[in-house]
Design a protein around this ligand. Structure first.
Ligand code: FE2
Ligand code: FE2
Length: 311
């Protein structure tokens, strides 16, 4: 890289450190503040939960669905952040004797993800207290982390950048005025996004740095890895959506026809695809970065792989 680019990127790492110090929050003092999750409230905002897909449900059932989705949300993030923290540690190691501003920015990043994992673990316990027994989060965070980390760094950083960018979309969905929505859940989305914004910047810097080291053939293979990773995420979502639909049906106190059951399954999967894939891959900030790194043909391959998920 030429000197101007290096200087410019050092400034961006320095700004990420500054912002990280400015927004830094505490799990108890800032986010939870002695509050609890109320069962009379919705947890997942309507837009993010794709509630239009559950048109058949009563208001109480919709509230229950928002709570199930909210609980899966904290479990999903607890899991995602396991692999992100591990990857960042590995990337940081490559910088240890280099630019110390970069090292500091990445160490803060990893530290924040460890804090987020703790937050999400605590939220899971709080949510479990109010919900009927039987909820299960099926994916194992360590198995998922091992599978993701077996792929090329370029692909892992692409997936990570996409995830950290969509936390902004998720926060935006909670801003809409909704008096039935849990203030605590809204704050979780807000505070998480505040620190994720710096992560998204660092992901982009590290992704571009990695990209610059790759041959055209290696990058092409990395695009395939990215497609495999998104497919694996979709596989996880399918399993958990099915599980959450079963949990909903067994605790909502009425029978559903087989047509309605299918509708519940489909709406749950659509909601999870929206939350963990579509809200990121459609975000212009992500598509712009990705588009600047790949060829048109590679872009078309990715688009073809995503097409069935976007329907
Ligand atoms: Fe996080
Ligand atoms: Fe993050």
């Amino acid at each position: 890289m030429d000197t101007a680019i290096v200087e410019n990127s050092t400034k961006r790492y320095a700004r990420a450190i500054e912002a990280s110090k400015r927004v830094r929050w505490d799990i108890d003092k800032d986010v939870i503040r002695g509050r609890r999750f109320e069962m009379e409230q919705k947890w997942m905002p309507d837009g993010l939960g794709r509630m239009q897909g559950f048109a058949f449900a009563t208001p109480a059932e919709k509230r229950f669905i928002s709570q199930i989705q909210g609980r899966t949300y904290v479990n999903m993030f607890g899991m995602i952040e396991r692999y992100i923290g591990a990857k960042m540690l590995e990337i940081t190691r490559g910088h240890v004797l280099g630019d110390q501003t970069v090292v500091e920015a990445l160490v803060r990043f990893t530290d924040e993800e460890l804090k987020h994992q703790e937050l999400f673990r605590r939220l899971e316990v709080m949510m479990a207290g109010g919900m009927p027994a039987g909820y299960r989060f099926l994916p194992d965070p360590d198995d998922v982390a091992r599978a993701v980390l077996s792929k090329s760094t370029w692909a892992v950083l692409a997936l990570t950048c996409h995830i950290e960018i969509f936390t902004l979309v998720h926060y935006r969905e909670s801003i809409e005025r909704d008096t039935e929505l849990s203030e605590l859940f809204k704050d979780v989305l807000l505070f998480h996004w505040k620190e994720e914004s710096q992560h998204a910047i660092l992901d982009e810097l590290e992704w571009r740095r990695e990209d610059a080291t790759l041959s055209a053939a290696a990058r092409d293979a990395a695009v395939n890895d990215l497609i495999v990773l998104v497919g694996a995420v979709d596989g996880i979502l399918a399993i958990q959506a099915k599980e959450d639909a079963v949990y909903f049906r067994s605790h909502c106190g009425r029978q559903f026809s087989s047509g309605e059951s299918k509708q519940i399954d489909a709406a749950m999967l659509e909601a999870y695809r929206w939350q963990y894939i579509v809200s990121g891959v459609q975000e212009p900030r992500f598509t712009t970065i990705l588009g600047s790194l790949i060829t048109e043909a590679q872009g078309a391959r990715i688009a073809a792989a995503l097409a069935p998920l976007l329907q």
